[in-house]
Design a protein around this ligand. Structure first.
Ligand SMILES: Cc1cc2nc3c(=O)[nH]c(=O)nc-3n(C[C@H](O)[C@H](O)[C@H](O)COP(=O)(O)O)c2cc1C
Length: 221
């Protein structure tokens, strides 16, 4: 049995393209592998807390020296990291907002990338002291943009800070670069034939990706 962590970050609870794609993915997966477990994390419905003085102080205090207030400051993070650690596959609905990720998604990233939980820090490693501690997960990014041409060599590729950011933080989520798959709808704000085609292509790609990944095991073994 595999565990999926189904995350959505769009502020739109209806009409959201990324939510529609992530729902399609999870439903198609469940129809193939009904015994798999799905953990749901809706970041718009329940936004993560932002980084604070208390959170940072608690995170950088060794666990055996944390007081009750510090443990409380880290409670949301602990829950989100437990969900992440349990997941074999992360299904991430991630719209582009202002050329990057939605603030709620960035807040989730800030909550789950934590010293002692998802990375270790050791100056004995010289100039590369940070090492992710989770591994072996897959990440499926299902995204939508209002404009177009964000993937290389598109005309707006240099403005795309969403996909590169996700790729940069993925190792801290336990995902190697080769295990990221991204399906993107473009032209959403145009609402024209190009958007309809992009969306139809993405829906077909979602079906194909589920067919590819939902084999005998999540790792495709
Ligand atoms: C606050 C906000 C900021 C946006 N910024 C961008 C942007 O920088 N570039 C872009 O191509 N589209 C942008 N869009 C359009 C969204 O990416 C597009 O509507 C997408 O479909 C949103 O995802 P959703 O359908 O899952 O809600 C923005 C939309 C919103 C609401």
């Amino acid at each position: 049995m595999a565990t999926l962590l189904h995350i959505d970050a769009s502020g739109r609870t209806s009409r959201s393209v990324s939510r529609d794609l992530s729902r399609r993915f999870v439903e198609a997966w469940a129809s193939r592998r009904p015994d798999d477990r799905v953990i749901r994390r809706d970041l718009a419905e329940t936004p993560p807390p932002l980084m604070s003085e208390a959170w940072i102080a608690a995170a950088f205090t060794p666990p055996d020296r944390r007081d009750a207030a510090m443990r409380d400051a880290l409670a949301w993070s602990d829950g989100a990291i437990d969900e992440l650690a349990a997941a074999d596959l992360i299904v991430l609905g991630a719209p582009m907002y202002n050329y990057g990720m939605p603030a709620a998604l960035k807040a989730w990233v800030d909550q789950v990338i934590r010293v002692g939980r998802t990375f270790s820090f050791d100056l004995a490693r010289g100039d590369d002291p940070i090492e992710p501690t989770l591994s072996g997960k897959r990440l499926v990014v299902l995204s939508s943009r209002g404009e177009f041409g964000f993937r290389e060599p598109g005309p707006r590729a240099a403005r795309n800070h969403l996909d590169p950011h996700i790729e940069t933080v993925a190792p801290y989520l336990g995902v190697a670069a080769a295990d990221i798959r991204t399906i993107t709808v473009e032209y959403q704000e145009f609402g024209d034939e190009r958007h309809a085609q992009s969306r139809a292509d993405a829906e077909a790609a979602v079906e194909a990706l589920v067919g590819e990944l939902a084999g005998p095991s999540v790792r495709g073994a």
